[in-house]
Design a protein around this ligand. Structure first.
Ligand SMILES: [Zn+2]
Length: 306
């Protein structure tokens, strides 16, 4: 629960988050405050317009649903137009369980009850994202990213988590918008919240797996692995067969190294004995030289299986 942001504070927060903001003339006093309360605010509602070129529509509204129909309109270009400051006709009524989940910042957002006792327009900021909402009209990256930044900026300004953000379809059974997955959207908001407002990283760049995640992925891998040097008739192994094969080859390598060391030691002894029988040669010097020569040998073992 929070006091709504002032127009200046809201715009400053959006710009700090990297949102391209256009302030439509008069937006600071454009609202439905004469029809009901605005605030305290509890969260953010994401919508799609279900149309195209909706910028003037969301300002004016229709005869049955007068504008403003959102606080911000997000064009396909990623430009955010400020439409309203105050109560707007975007959410309508909400189910109590949906609203309670937002207030509690619950990580699960239950299917809304049919009864809708909550005045959504009082308690929620709303954004209309331009999209036909037919499941095939794409949300350009620049538009989706800007919407994530818009929601993040408001969460950051209020000290809210990503679970203060819901889709219209999560507040009421009457709606299906937005036509993208809200859990993914919240995850993207959470990622931005974990960074400073001026963060320009992309999820891809920041999504390098941790060593634990790699280990987990390897241990649960149930596909086949191509093994260098494996039999042509059986070139791929399961993970457990692969580990067995690697251990087998290591054993073989260890046996080879032990045998090589024994041969070297025998060679040293033999040469030392020979040198001892020849009076003019210093046996100790020869042994030292041999040892150094052996140590510098780059041992190459063919450990490929067969
Ligand atoms: Zn909606």
């Amino acid at each position: 629960m929070a006091t709504p942001l002032s127009p200046d504070r809201l715009v400053a927060a959006l710009k700090a988050e990297g949102v391209k903001v256009v302030e439509q003339s008069g937006w600071q006093t454009h609202n439905r405050n004469h029809k009901g309360p605005w605030g305290p605010v509890n969260g953010i509602v994401i919508h799609h317009t279900a149309g195209s070129d909706s910028r003037s529509l969301v300002w004016v509204g229709t005869s049955s649903l007068p504008g403003p129909l959102c606080h911000t309109y997000m064009a396909k270009s990623g430009v955010a137009t400020m439409v309203a400051n105050g109560r707007a006709n975007h959410a309508g009524t909400f189910a109590q369980n949906a609203h309670d989940a937002v207030v509690a910042e619950s990580s699960t957002h239950p299917r809304p009850y049919e009864a809708e006792p909550v005045d959504g327009n009082q308690h929620y900021y709303g954004i209309e994202i331009e999209n036909l909402g037919n499941g095939t009209d794409p949300y350009p990256e620049v538009q989706y990213e800007a919407a994530v930044r818009w929601a993040t900026a408001i969460c950051r300004a209020h000290g809210w988590s990503e679970d203060s953000v819901i889709g219209h379809k999560e507040g009421t059974r009457r709606k299906i918008d937005p036509s993208f997955d809200m859990n993914t959207f919240r995850k993207d908001v959470a990622e931005r919240l974990a960074h400073p407002a001026d963060w320009n990283g992309t999820p891809e760049e920041d999504d390098l797996p941790t060593p634990n995640e790699v280990a987990k992925a390897v241990l649960t891998y149930d596909g086949l692995i191509a093994i260098p040097g494996a039999s042509p008739t059986n070139p791929t192994y399961t993970l457990s067969s692969t580990l067995t094969e690697i251990l087998k080859r290591l054993d073989k390598a260890n046996v080879s190294i032990a045998a090589l060391s024994a041969v070297n030691a025998e060679l040293v002894r033999t040469v030392a004995a020979l040198a001892a029988g020849v009076g003019s040669i210093d046996p100790a010097a020869i042994v030292t030289e041999l040892r150094e020569a052996i140590e510098s040998i780059d041992v190459r073992l063919d450990v490929a299986g067969n």
